[in-house]
Design a protein around this ligand. Structure first.
Ligand SMILES: [Zn+2]
Ligand SMILES: [Zn+2]
Length: 413
């Protein structure tokens, strides 16, 4: 990129900054949520010109809003932890507990859409490709590859499905009350779930156990074969296994069963008496199923279904008791969307459409002229935009901001 390219970059950054500034001076107050016990939290920010600043603290929401107005960060974070001295260095802060945080991001969920909308760019030779970046550039062998992730409704639906699974387990297996749960759209490709209350005292080991349970790490599928467990009644984990097994057996083809390694006897038994086997699944009569299809085949089925049972949280986030997490109500620097509150219940999440509700400038009729390098088709509110490739376009402010934040477009005067 030459001198004029550098100017385009600067103009673009200046424009994005001006829009974020508009948000923090005029709009943010009604979206920013004051963390409980705000004075005991550490705050950190990514500033457009100065980079990361952290170890800050605020006594009130007003002080926080004033800071945002003056400093106009591209990203805002606060500590899930409560500290005696939030501004001290890490080892002198005095940890008093931390909310339990779950991060569900399309990054951690295998979806088919990523090859359609994620791209990588070799910073050495300019070579590009789709999907996840390889270790080395196939053209020049360089290892400076930039991953450019996009999101689509498929990503958001997949993330929502995982979040629903999580909420179900938190409530039915851990007994977590709905009024201690806050669900947020992350501002990009997923959802954050914050849990407060008793869980705040859990240490890292306890959090690891929760994460392992959700991810089904070390889950021995044979526990489901134990008649004793079954006769004790159907608990949350068992019920989920039953549902997942039912869905899998009822929707899988002969080839599908063979593909997961089921022997001929098992495949034939399932295909010939699928209804009877499904009935036994519903009754939790696993030993009966084992008699029909063979124990080895049942084990293979269960091992496969465990893949669906796992909730794809990012364990790093859940384990970290000192983490800075995005501030609810602040803008995501990579999208210009709000990290917005969804609610506390599964119903609130079910009905939530981030592409309508987390858009602060959705109703602005301002038109922005852009040069778009590359963008897939996307939706904001009810309207679709793109795809665009190497062209000048006029877009309303919210979709324009998205493309500029994503780094796939330049402002054009
Ligand atoms: Zn290259
Ligand atoms: Zn997608």
């Amino acid at each position: 990129m030459g001198e004029s390219g550098e100017k385009l970059k600067q103009d673009t950054k200046r424009f994005v900054k001006s829009i974020f500034s508009r948000y923090y001076s005029k709009i943010a107050r009604k979206f920013i949520e004051e963390p409980t016990r705000i004075a005991s939290r550490e705050f950190g920010f990514n500033l457009f010109d100065k980079g990361i600043v952290r170890h800050l603290s605020f006594r009130t929401k007003d002080e926080l809003i004033e800071y945002l107005r003056r400093n106009n960060p591209s990203d805002c974070y606060y500590s899930s932890a409560l500290y005696i001295n939030p501004t001290a260095s890490m080892d002198a802060k005095g940890w008093m507990g931390a909310e339990l945080i779950f991060d569900i991001d399309a990054d951690h969920i295998p979806t088919n859409c990523k090859v359609e909308h994620d791209r990588w760019l070799c910073l050495s030779c300019g070579c590009e490709g789709v999907g996840e970046a390889p270790d080395k550039c196939p053209n020049c062998g360089g290892d400076k590859l930039e991953q450019r992730v996009w999101f689509c409704e498929g990503c958001l639906i997949a993330a929502k499905r995982e979040a629903m699974k999580l909420l179900d387990i938190l409530s039915s297996d851990f007994g977590i009350r709905e009024d201690t749960v806050n669900i947020y759209f992350s501002g990009h490709r997923g959802f954050h779930i914050h849990v407060s209350g008793e869980v705040e005292g859990l240490d890292q080991n306890a959090r690891r156990e929760i994460a392992d349970y959700l991810l089904c790490v070390g889950l021995d599928p044979t526990i489901y074969l134990d008649r004793m467990i079954i006769s004790k009644g159907v608990n949350g984990a068992k019920l989920r296994m039953i549902r997942a097994l039912y869905d899998f057996i009822s929707s899988t083809s002969i080839e599908g069963f063979s593909a997961i390694g089921l022997g001929r006897r098992g495949v034939e038994a399932i295909v010939n008496s699928r209804d009877r086997i499904l009935e036994k699944v519903l009754e939790g009569e696993f030993d009966g199923i084992a008699r029909e299809i063979g124990v080895a085949n049942l084990r293979k089925l269960i091992a496969k279904v465990v893949e669906y049972l796992a909730v794809r949280i990012d364990p790093v986030v859940t384990l970290d008791t000192h983490r800075l997490i995005r501030l609810p109500g602040s803008l995501h620097g990579k999208t210009g969307f709000i990290k917005a509150r969804v609610g506390s219940s599964m119903e609130s999440l079910e009905d939530y459409d981030p592409l309508s509700e987390a858009m602060p400038f959705r109703n602005s009729d301002e038109q922005v002229k852009l040069y778009v390098h590359l963008s897939p088709r996307f939706r904001v509110g009810e309207e679709y935009f793109g795809p665009f490739k190497d062209e000048y376009v006029y877009l309303p402010l919210q979709p324009a901001l998205l493309l500029l934040c994503k780094g796939v477009a330049y402002i054009s005067s």
